[in-house]
Design a protein around this ligand. Sequence first.
Ligand code: FNR
Length: 486
Amino acid sequence: MGLSFSDKIILAPMVRVGTLPMRLLALDYGADIVYCEELVDLKMLQCKRVVNEVLQTVDYVSPTERIVFQTCEREKGCVVFQMGTADAKRALAVAKLVENDVAAIDVNMGCPKEYSTKGGMGAALLSSPEKIEEVLKTLVNGISKPVTCKIRILPTVEETVSLVKMIEKTGVAAIAVHGRKKEERPQHPVHCDFIKAIAEAVSIPVIANGGSQEIIREFVDIEAFKSLTAASSVMLARAAMWNPSIFRREGILSINDVIHDYIRHAVHYDNHYTNTKYCLCQMLRDQLESSLGKKLHAAQSTKEICEIFGMTTFYESFTLSQEARRESLNIINQGTLEFDDKNEEIVDATQLPVKFEKKDYLPQITPKMVLLEWCRKEKLPQPVYQTVQRSLDRFFHSVVTVNEKKYCSFLWDKSKKLAEQAAAIVCLRTLGLPEGKIGEGESDLVHKRKRKMQYQKVGSGNLSEVPQTKKLHQEDDTTEGKDKES
Ligand code: FNR
């Protein structure tokens, strides 16, 4: 049986906010259904579907390796995929692409922002009832999951009710109504009377939306909004963005607790730190000028975000357990680097457990640049990077060749750029050269030269610092330009 939209409390679609960690948090706190952010049909059609076995997610990945939509088993029965479209054929193609990973498909017909209305999508659809009919009928007839749409109200109750009656006839499972006209802003009062008239005129579930701040400030207000609008269900956007624990029947939590819960999901699903930052800034909106807010604003990685909120121990232990999981999945060595049985050329490479930390370098002096500069000075051919990507989590590994010798990190990285920087660091460190790190002084240099001497005595000293030579495969099939995170 398909997802029912009767008597539900729902997380609204929100661009940038409605990514996987927020949706899971809303479910933890008691939301029944969660909508993803609006995703435009053309963008989705460029994506490939990949299963990430480490994170246990299904990712829709763009040609530039960016994750456009990420979902997991936990939300499969209650996540609604919202698309931006103005074309029935494209809409159906996207719906078919994601159909088996989501509970329902929604079409955005209410967003007044330019990114949505250009190309006739979002609220622009409200002035093309024939287009609405065509898109919705095509979806309803073409897929096996329920189809819904989300609209804004028209200038009069009569016009809105007439539009909604037409929409009902297309066979949609429910309709979400944001009780504002397309030119109205969030500070304008929500028109509960319009939603009520709609709810009384149709027999499909009507989902009332638009009550945040003015009516809904805590859980009990959700019921009040529902009564005012006579709707079957209620959908929350801003109230949930500011404090997702609004979904808790037991009462709202302090924003500090909520932030911790959010970060746990963000780390668990390897959410891009810029998205995590954006969502946390919405939750901390009153404190953005405080020292905490400023630190958050300056954060450059998930690790730094964890440090700011006192979650370093969690971050470290989770990262360790994730590494152990990678190993147990036996993928550490599956990056097409070690197929001796293929009889291809096998090379030796010096390896160190190195990761490139962006914050430790100036943008204009990265290890790759330092290495290139050094090669030029020494009149050596410029460094050559061979980078591969493994399928199980789409992580990258790079081997750099300098002066006919190969260097690489043991560790795999999220992006091609990071993997190459790590390889450059291994080379510079092994050769006892400066790496270009901020604050790297004369004493560091001396230290590195000493370390170089230690490296040569393999077997002595700290194990993690002793370069270990490993059989590596020369791989022709590099994945140029496939960064997941840049
Ligand atoms: C939105 N809204 C929105 N609506 C939609 O259909 N698709 C979308 O992707 C977005 N994106 C979005 C981002 C952000 C940051 C906000 C605040 C809002 C509109 C949203 O779903 C809702 O209709 C309105 O915010 C009104 O509901 P509330 O906020 O009063 O609960």
